[in-house]
Design a protein around this ligand. Structure first.
Ligand code: 5AD
Ligand code: SF4
Length: 456
C-alpha cells in the first residue's frame, strides 16, 4: 500500500520543481505530474534551489536534447552537494524513454528515470526508491493504464490559467523516417470521448476559457461517442463546444493524411473552433516526402489547404519544415520554397535535419553537409518571417476578439491572444483576465500586435 504524506511528513519531500523541455504535450504532462504529486501533499515551486524533488521533463525530438539534459544534471549535482536537504532528482519524458539506464550510468546523481507513459506511477516509484535508495528506472509504454490511473474523480486541475492543454491522443503509428516519436511515445492511443469531456468540464470549472486538444497525431483521434457511434476529431470538437463557459477550441499537431471532411467542415461551422491550424508538411518535394514516409505529395497538401480555406477563408496556416533531409538536392529545396510561396503561412517552425539514433534516415549515406543545411534554413526562414510579418501587418486596423490571459510587464498592460494565436497587448484600466474583448489593432511588432479595447 502506498505510504501517505501524513505518515512520512518528517522525511518526505514536499516541494517539487518541474523543468519542462520541448512540446506542449510535455507541458501538459508536467501539469499532470504536479497533480499526481499534489495528491501526495507536494506543492510545486519555481526554482530547483528550494526543491526536495527536481524533475526534468525532457524532449528528444532534435539534436543536443540529451546533451542539454546531461549538462543540467551536472548543475543539479553541484546544487545537491551544496544543499542541506536531501534533494531527489528525476529524469522524465522522451530522453528518459530513449536513454533509460544509460542516464543513471552517466549521471549517478539521478534517483528516478521514467518515460512519458509511466508518470502516473510516480508515488509508487518514489516509494520504491525510498525503500532501497537505489535508482528506479521505469520505461514501459502502458498508455491506456496511464490515463485510466489519471482519470480519478478526485484528480483536480492544479493552477490552471485561462488557456489550458488537454491531451486526447498519444503516440504515433506513422513512422516518418526522421522521427523518434513512435519509439519514445509508443503506438497511437485515443482517450475515450467521455473522459475528455469530463476533463474539459473540470478545466472550465477551474476558470479555463480556451482548450487546446493535444496529440502527436491529434487528428487521428477517434473514439466511441456517447451513444455508441464512432466519433472523429471534428465530432469531438463539436461536442466540446457545447460546454458552457468554454469559449475557444484549438488542436495540435495534425497530420495531413488525417484531415477528414468532418474536421474540415467543423472549421466552417463551429464558431468556437479558432481559425488557426498547425499542419506540418516538412518538405515541398515529392521525392523527399516519399523518403520521409509522409504518405502524401506536395500537390495533395496544397489541395487540402485549399479545401480548408474553402471552409474557413481567413484561417491562419502554420507548419513545420525540415531542411537538409538526407538526399535533399537544390531542386528539392526549391520545391519547398515554392510550396511556401503557394500556401503562404501565418507562422511556421523550421529545422535543420538532425539524425536521431534508431530512426531509418539517420543511417542514410546521403547526409547533407551542415553548411548547406544552414544556408537553406536561412533562406527558408527569411521567406517564412516575411510571410508572418505580412500576415500580422494585415491585421492593422482590424478589430479582433482577444481572450485576455495575463498581466503584461508594464502597469495596466494585459496580454491576450487573437483568434489567429497572435499575442496582443492592450492597456486596460480594469482586470478583465479571462474575458474576450474586442480590440482595434493599432500597431504590429515581429511577434505581437498592440491595440485598444473598443467594447467589453
Ligand atoms: N530533425 C529535424 N527536425 C525534426 N523534427 C522531428 N524530427 C526531426 C529531426 N530528426 C521536426 C519536424 C516535426 C517537429 C515537431 O520537429 O518538423 O514536425
Ligand atoms: Fe513523428 Fe511523423 Fe508521427 Fe509526426 S507523424 S510524430 S513527424 S512520426
Amino acid at each position: 500500500m502506498p505510504v501517505t504524506q501524513q505518515e512520512t511528513s518528517s522525511t518526505a519531500p514536499s516541494k517539487v520543481f518541474i523543468k519542462t523541455y520541448g512540446c506542449q504535450m510535455n507541458v501538459y504532462d508536467s501539469d499532470r505530474m504536479g497533480e499526481v504529486l499534489s495528491e501526495r501533499g507536494y506543492v510545486t515551486t519555481q526554482t530547483a534551489e528550494d526543491a526536495d524533488l527536481v524533475i526534468l521533463n525532457t524532449c528528444h525530438i532534435r539534436e543536443k536534447a540529451a546533451e542539454k539534459v546531461y549538462s543540467e544534471l551536472g548543475r543539479l549535482r553541484r546544487l545537491k552537494s551544496r544543499s542541506e536537504h536531501d534533494m531527489k532528482i528525476a529524469v522524465a519524458g522522451c530522453v528518459a524513454q530513449a536513454e533509460g539506464e544509460e542516464i543513471v550510468r552517466r549521471a549517478p546523481v539521478v534517483d528516478l528515470v521514467f518515460g512519458p507513459q509511466t508518470y502516473h506511477r510516480l508515488p509508487d516509484l518514489l516509494d520504491r526508491h525510498g525503500e532501497t535508495g537505489a535508482a528506479v528506472i521505469e520505461t514501459e509504454l502502458p498508455v491506456d493504464e496511464k490515463f485510466e490511473a489519471l482519470d480519478t474523480p478526485a484528480a483536480k486541475p492544479v493552477k490552471r490559467g485561462v488557456a489550458a492543454f488537454l491531451t486526447v491522443q498519444e503516440g504515433c503509428d506513422k513512422f516518418c523516417t526522421f522521427c523518434v516519436v513512435p519509439y519514445t511515445r509508443g503506438a497511437e492511443f485515443s482517450r475515450p470521448a467521455g473522459r475528455i469531456l469530463a476533463e474539459a468540464r473540470k478545466l472550465v470549472d477551474a476558470g479555463v476559457r480556451e482548450i487546446t486538444l493535444l496529440g502527436q497525431n491529434v487528428n487521428a483521434w477517434h473514439g466511441e461517442g456517447l451513444a455508441g457511434h464512432a466519433w472523429s476529431l471534428g465530432h469531438l470538437l463539436n461536442a466540446l463546444s457545447d460546454i458552457d463557459g468554454l469559449e475557444r477550441l484549438r488542436y495540435t499537431t495534425s497530420h495531413p493524411r488525417d484531415m477528414d471532411d468532418e474536421l474540415i467542415a467543423a472549421h466552417g461551422s463551429n464558431p468556437k473552433l479558432m481559425p488557426y491550424l498547425h499542419l506540418p508538411v516538412q518538405s515541398g518535394s515529392d521525392r523527399i516526402l516519399k523518403a520521409m514516409n509522409r504518405k502524401h505529395t506536395a500537390g495533395e497538401y496544397i489541395d487540402l489547404v485549399g479545401r480548408i480555406r474553402g471552409a474557413r477563408p481567413d484561417i491562419a496556416m502554420s507548419s513545420d519544415f525540415i531542411v537538409g533531409f538526407p538526399g535533399e538536392t537544390d531542386a528539392d529545396f526549391a520545391a519547398t520554397m515554392d510550396l511556401v510561396r503557394q500556401v503562404t503561412y501565418a507562422q511556421a517552425f523550421s529545422f535543420k535535419y538532425s539524425p536521431r539514433p534508431g530512426t531509418p534516415a539517420s543511417t542514410d549515406a546521403d547526409q547533407v553537409p551542415e553548411d548547406v543545411k544552414a544556408e537553406r534554413l536561412a533562406q527558408l526562414q527569411s521567406l517564412l518571417t516575411a510571410q508572418q510579418a505580412a500576415f500580422n501587418e494585415a491585421c492593422t486596423g482590424r478589430v479582433l476578439d482577444v481572450l485576455l490571459e495575463k498581466p503584461g510587464r508594464q502597469t495596466g498592460q494585459l496580454i491576450g491572444r487573437s483568434p489567429y494565436l497572435q499575442s496582443v497587448f492592450i492597456e486596460s484600466g480594469g482586470n478583465c483576465i479571462g474575458d474576450t474583448v474586442k480590440v482595434a489593432i493599432e500597431s504590429v511588432g515581429p511577434n505581437s500586435l498592440t491595440g485598444h479595447m473598443v467594447e467589453a
